[in-house]
Structures are given as C-alpha cells and as structure tokens.
Design a protein around this ligand. Structure first.
Ligand code: PRP
Length: 178
C-alpha cells in the first residue's frame, strides 16, 4: 500500500466486480443504441478504461475536460469545460463517465452543456457517489459505490495530481492534505 494512504477502502477486486456489474446493467438499456461514452478527464480515465471493456455492446468514446476551481479540497463552484465532445452529439445517447459525484457542481454543469446539443438521452455513470456532500441537485443513473465523506485517492482520483495510478481507492492520511 502507498505510504500516504491510511487504508484501502475499495480494493482492486471489489472495483473490478462492481465494474463488471455496471457493464451488465448498462447493456440492458444501451445494447442496440450505439451510445457515446464520454470520459470526463482527468479523474474519470481509469474507471472509463475499465468500464468500456466491461460493456459487451457497440459504443463510441469521446473525451472531455472539466476543471473545477478548488482550494485544494473544496470546490468554488466554477467549472471550465473543454474538448471535442460537442461535435455530433445531436440525436445520440450519451453516458457521462466520472470518477466521483461530490458537490454535483461539475456534473450539473456538464449535463446542462450536453443537453443544449440535442442528444437523444444523457445519463451519468460514476464510480463513487458522495451524497452527503451534494450542493447541486443531480443524481447519477449508474453508481459504483455510494460512499462516505472521506478523502479518497486512487483509481483516477488525485490529490495535487498524485495517486491517480493506485489500483484501489484508498483514504488519504490527513497529514498529507492538512
Ligand atoms: C473531480 C472529479 C469530478 C469533480 C467532482 O475533478 O473528477 O470531475 O471533481 O466534484 P464536484 O461534484 O464537487 O463537482 P477535478 O476538478 O478535481 O479534476 P480532475 O478530474 O482533473 O481531477
């Protein structure tokens, strides 16, 4: 285990099992729809890479960057969106794939941005749903784990751009960020 991590919260095995289940659930609705799976960078990249391989049906991929302005830990409410996901969205089924739904500021903004482009549908798939922290009204349609309000890193989640490559989701030691 990484020395900055207090405990492993969701192991690599638990995550893989849950991702496989999500793939099967997504198949129930999307199997004949050739959806666009939209990876929200950077945090969503690891989950996205595993999720698309757990989906045994035709799909396309796109990548978009969302940057929320933070003081290291909490969001300021401002979100910048950039990338090429805005092209050829009209009439398509979109699945937004994110690592974490926290305050909901990022995904509320992202969903509104996409809905203006005339998609057939937009759904949200997140690995972690931290409901306790919600500020905006936004729910995920597909959830890996409903989680506690702890400082998680790994499996795409960072602190100061570190730890994204850990194969598990762990709790960061408080002395690292305080
Ligand atoms: C993280 C995460 C989500 C967002 C969730 O991204 O990947 O996009 O925060 O928080 P919210 O629900 O409070 O908006 P971050 O801005 O840290 O960028 P990153 O994905 O590049 O790490």
């Amino acid at each position: 285990m990484n020395a900055d991590v207090e405990s492993v919260y969701y192991s690599q095995e638990q995550i893989q099992a849950r991702v496989a289940e999500l793939g099967r659930r997504l198949e129930e609705f999307y199997t004949d729809k050739n959806p666009i799976f939209l990876c929200v960078l950077k945090g969503g990249c690891v989950f996205f890479a595993d999720l698309i391989r757990a989906c045994a049906f035709p799909l396309e991929t796109r990548f978009i960057k969302a940057s929320s302005y933070r003081d290291g830990v909490s969001s300021s409410g401002m979100v910048d969106i950039s990338g090429d996901a805005g092209t050829e969205i009209a009439g398509r089924h979109i699945v937004i794939v994110e690592d974490i739904l926290d305050t909901g500021i990022t995904l509320k903004r992202m969903r509104a941005y996409l809905e203006e482009l005339g998609p057939a549908s937009v759904s949200i798939c997140v690995l972690l749903d931290k409901k306790e922290r919600r500020v905006e009204t936004v729910d995920a349609d597909y959830i890996g784990f409903s989680c506690d309000n702890l400082f998680f890193v790994g499996y795409g989640l960072d602190y100061a751009e570190k730890y994204r490559n850990l194969p598990y989701v762990g709790v960061l030691k408080p002395e690292i960020y305080s």
